[in-house]
Design a binder for this molecule. Structure first.
Ligand code: NAI
Ligand SMILES: N[C@@H](CC=O)C(=O)O
Length: 384
């Protein structure tokens, strides 16, 4: 028998309409950062809203949308014209405006999503959790600043019975973090994780290795496609791959800090300082050094930028974390990559010399937003 009818029999005085509403769980969502990923996420939630409401009884209300300067609030859920609505708001807001709005409207089932790349924004995580929010983040900073922050946040989450999901931190929409977490929790001894961790640098080296395009042309293309970080130097200097390595290391309960990672920086020295805008005007400086790197390889080899986590991973401080450019045979596992695919080879005791391999699009707004959406749904299912 239909669950609404069962309820009606139990509570004959309650109307069917009220019962239908009782069955529906409303999730109140605040989204911070509405660039490539955040913007696409809002569009995806709007596109699936009806279906999720009807098939899952989940009412996903985006009550707050914020970029670095504007905040849009709507207790009924921001509508599809949010892009116009947000720029019509006055400039300047604080996190407290969002917290107060949620409190005054007595929202529960709260989720805050960090789709910024902001170092400062992660300082809002603790106050958000203390105010009743669970967290979803595509931003990797919260998991890669000091171990103290990492541990304290988890203590606060546990104390307030909240969760923090960040599947898109490594491999965008690919199921990487969850897989590593589950393998580790279930006692599988992971011995090495190696691969092409960056979607943008995968695209860059796959295209550059095969065609006759200049490095700067392919780089510009990767930036235009939204594969890179807001400042592409974060990818090119190796920080982004380094962060992904560290996130995986910490999932394995290793006690590493960012400073432990050996990173090969790909940016010519003269381009490392200065503004992002200046940098974008000087991309041609990459062309000669990378032409030489390409030319000086063995025949049939291609360039790949890899992350490698290895060592004695059974010891908290036994890991070697390395990010570097390598030249590999075109027909090898790493050499065969196409498009913006990332590849992760996970070696473990039970799987021996044949690693578990996870491969697929490792960057891009569409797949990343889909991964964030997945985290939101996972959390929604757990909320009351
Ligand atoms: N683009 C991709 O393929 C992937 C991106 N990510 C992560 O997703 C995040 C977002 O990336 P994109 O959307 O490409 O960047 P983006 O630059 O297009 O968007 C960032 C947005 O954050 C906003 N913002 C900056 N500081 C803010 C603050 N303090 N409060 C509120 N909003 C603020 C900016 O106004 C902008 O709207 C980054 O952390 C990135 O590492 C993760 C996986 C893949
Ligand atoms: N810039 C990143 C985006 C996803 O994290 C990458 O290139 O992989």
């Amino acid at each position: 028998m239909n669950s609404i009818l069962v309820e009606k029999i139990k509570n004959p005085n309650v109307s069917l309409i009220d019962l239908e509403q009782l069955k529906t769980k409303t999730i109140y969502i605040a989204i911070f950062g509405v660039g490539n990923v955040g913007g696409r996420l809002i569009d995806q939630i709007h596109a699936s809203y009806r279906e999720i409401l009807e098939r899952r009884d989940l009412d996903l209300k985006i009550f707050a949308i914020a970029n670095s300067s504007h905040l849009l609030l709507d207790k009924e859920g921001c509508s599809e014209n949010w892009r116009d609505a947000i720029i019509a708001q006055k400039v300047g807001y604080t996190l407290q405006d969002v917290l107060t709005y949620a409190q005054e409207n007595e929202f529960d089932n709260l989720i805050a999503i960090d789709n910024t790349a902001d170092v400062e924004f992660v300082l809002n995580y603790e106050p958000l959790v203390k105010s009743g929010f669970s967290l979803v983040s595509s931003n990797k900073i919260g998991n890669t600043i000091g171990l103290d922050f990492y541990r304290n946040l988890r203590k606060t989450l546990s104390k307030h019975k909240k969760e923090y999901l960040y599947e898109t931190n490594v491999g965008a929409g690919l199921p990487l973090v969850d897989t590593i977490k589950l393998l580790h929790l279930s006692g599988e001894n992971i011995t090495r994780i190696k691969g092409v961790f960056s979607g943008s640098l995968s695209y860059l080296f796959n295209r550059f290795s095969e065609g006759n395009k200049l490095f700067s042309e392919v780089l510009q293309d990767a930036i235009n496609k939204g594969y890179t970080e807001p400042d592409a130097r974060e990818d090119l200097c190796g920080n982004d791959v380094g962060r992904k390595l560290l996130i995986l290391a910490r999932e394995l309960e290793l006690h590493n800090e960012f400073s432990d990672i050996q990173i090969e920086n790909l940016i010519p020295k003269q381009l490392r300082q200065g503004t992002k805008e200046d940098f974008l005007l000087q991309l041609k400086d990459f062309d000669v050094p990378f032409h030489l790197k390409k030319k000086n390889q063995k025949k049939g080899h291609v360039l790949r930028y890899i992350g490698d986590l290895r060592g004695d991973l059974s010891k908290n401080d036994g890991a070697i974390l390395e990010v570097k450019l390598v030249s590999v045979p075109r027909n090898s596992m790493l050499g065969q990559l196409k498009g913006s695919d990332s590849i992760f080879e996970i070696y473990s005791e039970s799987y021996g010399d044949n690693p578990i391999v996870i491969q697929g699009a490792g960057a891009g707004a569409e797949v990343t937003a889909r991964g964030v959406f997945g985290d939101v749904l996972r959390l929604s299912n757990k909320l009351n």
